[in-house]
Design a binder for this molecule. Sequence first.
Ligand SMILES: NC(=O)c1ccc[n+]([C@@H]2O[C@H](COP(=O)([O-])OP(=O)(O)OC[C@H]3O[C@@H](n4cnc5c(N)ncnc54)[C@H](O)[C@@H]3O)[C@@H](O)[C@H]2O)c1
Length: 189
Amino acid sequence: MSQLNLFDLSGRVAVITGGGGLLASEHAIALSAHGAKIILADFQLDKCKETAEVLAKDGVEVKAMFCDVTKKESWQKLLEDVMAEFGKVDILINNAGFTNQSKSANFDASFENFPLKDWNAIMNVNLTGTFLGCQVIGKHMVENNKGSIINLSLIYGFDGTNCCKSKINCNLLFLGRAFVPASLLCNYF
Ligand SMILES: NC(=O)c1ccc[n+]([C@@H]2O[C@H](COP(=O)([O-])OP(=O)(O)OC[C@H]3O[C@@H](n4cnc5c(N)ncnc54)[C@H](O)[C@@H]3O)[C@@H](O)[C@H]2O)c1
């Protein structure tokens, strides 16, 4: 196998959450350059559709779909929709994030005054959302005996200042073990 073939993703189906955000289109461009079909999923479907339209003009084979990553039933509906359209999921990028672009949290508050509702909202998207994606799409991949999951961390997740991203890093060690028997790849960036 040549080195180029190692990166061949022809016929692979990739789901990227947080599809309307800044980094999603970069993931989409990178995967599609190697032949993957892309599903951008976001709870802001309009934003996600706009991104998909721009990418489609550049030749990316892409569809926008709704998913609220904090809700298991929404992940199940996304899987159903992707199955109906493409028949499988080969790659999942858990990219949706409650970031400082999310105007709904008071990121400027000091630690002592950081609102509990904001803490819970961040945990819900960044941690629970990633967990649910690994669970729902991971189950499908286990059934297929094949798949690759990439969970987005954050550089601050390594020094502990971004607690939920630190937890993603730890949970990945657990996931890596859980999915070993089905030969699933589970990485974080
Ligand atoms: N590794 C690093 O150093 C690094 C650096 C920057 C960002 N990141 C991570 O990369 C990811 C993407 O970053 P970005 O800059 O594109 O963020 P962004 O804020 O531009 O986009 C995030 C997207 O997630 C979506 N989202 C939020 N809550 C959701 C929910 N409940 N269901 C579905 N979608 C939801 C938003 O609608 C938005 O489109 C984040 O997880 C972020 O933490 C990592």
